[in-house]
Design a protein around this ligand. Structure first.
Ligand code: ACO
Length: 319
């Protein structure tokens, strides 16, 4: 089950009006095309592992567990502090944990959904007892701040969940991850990528995106993987209490919701305030909806994400 969740957003807020002073754009264009009003930006020296630790502490507090209770840390990120070690190892160190295992997952915006599926199989196979699953990004560091077609879309942040297995009494419904569906197709790699890295240019590089191409693929891929998770579990979209999509773009969220036949009031939306925080977007949205009391114990919750690779995935969770 997911025992607790937590989120963290850096202090600095960058509004659309701020961006309009930096590039040729407007609040109207950004809100109409993607539904974003503001995003948070990490301070100089504030690294992905710092954001991750804040979110992890919040999730552990909600779960009522301490660092000594964690034996697996998985961080989904595409913006590590260093090429290596993994951000997960730095989080482990910053939390004062010396035991267990820690590693990163790189599936860009789908990273958290991938991490939930991986951790779920670790738990079910007895490889760990209680895990911190974190999505954390300083995506602002990958942006070309003179490119209006990409710099308006992203933000920084982190979200975390404490996952563990629980005994289910006879007759009670399953708790935790009920079904997962993960997909990728690397043939689409250059539709959304960063033009740098240790083995190519030796520098970090900037986000490059064929926006209309990403848009064209997004809704179909998202609905395909959500329907696959529903089928595996033998439930229908009407059984869902909440849909927690990757927060890239309000038009993609609305398109996927409509295609699936989900009423808008069941869809959690934070993209207006967070922008696209890549692997952090789903756990951040989860933490908001749990904190404000919408997601409650026993609810059936569908997570989904799609991103660079392309990668895409969905996880059906009994909260
Ligand atoms: N402000 C003002 N004008 C802009 C901006 C901006 N920030 N960015 C682009 N434009 C202009 C373009 O230059 C172009 O002008 P032109 O016609 O004079 O050449 C015009 O707007 C239209 O450009 P398009 O790229 O065709 O715009 P489109 O209507 O496709 O919208 C958008 C672009 C919003 C990026 C859209 O393609 C989209 O939503 N794609 C999905 C991208 C996405 O969500 N990526 C996130 C990562 S992927 C993921 O996480 C799922």
């Amino acid at each position: 089950m997911i025992r607790g969740v937590g989120g963290y957003l850096p202090e600095k807020v960058l509004t659309n009006a701020d961006l309009a002073k930096m590039v040729d754009t407007s609040d109207e264009w950004i809100v109409q095309r993607v539904g974003i009003r503001e995003r948070h930006i990490a301070a100089e020296g504030e690294m992905t592992s710092d954001l991750a630790v804040h979110a992890a502490r919040a999730a552990m507090a909600q779960a009522g567990v301490g660092p000594e209770d964690i034996d697996l840390i998985v961080v989904a990120t595409t913006t590590p502090d260093y090429t290596f070690p993994a951000v997960a190892a730095l989080v482990q160190m910053k939390l004062g944990i010396h035991h267990g295992a820690a590693f990163d997952i790189q599936a860009v915006c789908s990273g958290f959904v991938y991490a939930v599926a991986v951790v779920d199989s670790y738990l079910k196979n007895g490889l760990a007892k209680r895990a911190l699953v974190i999505g954390a990004e300083t995506f602002s560091r990958l942006l070309d701040w003179t490119d209006r077609s990409t710099c308006v879309l992203f933000g920084d942040g982190a979200g975390a969940a404490v996952m563990e297995l629980v005994e289910i009494a006879d007759g009670e419904p399953d708790r935790g991850v009920i079904a997962s569906a993960l997909r990728s197709d690397g043939h689409h790699w250059d539709k959304l990528y960063v033009d740098g890295g240790p083995s190519s240019t030796g520098i970090a590089g900037h986000v490059k995106m064929q926006g209309p191409e990403v848009f064209r693929h997004a809704v179909g891929k998202i609905t395909d993987v959500v329907e696959s998770a529903l089928d595996q579990a033998g439930v229908t979209v009407d059984d869902l209490d909440w849909f927690v999509p990757h927060q890239a773009n309000k038009r993609i969220i609305d398109g996927a919701g409509a295609k699936l036949g989900l009423p808008p009031e069941k869809v959690i939306v934070t993209v207006d305030r967070h922008a696209n925080t890549s692997a952090a977007s789903v756990p951040l949205a989860l933490s908001v909806a749990v904190a404000d009391g919408r997601i409650k114990r026993g609810d059936l919750v569908m997570l989904e994400a799609m991103g660079g690779g392309f990668t895409w995935g969905a996880s059906l969770i009994r909260w």
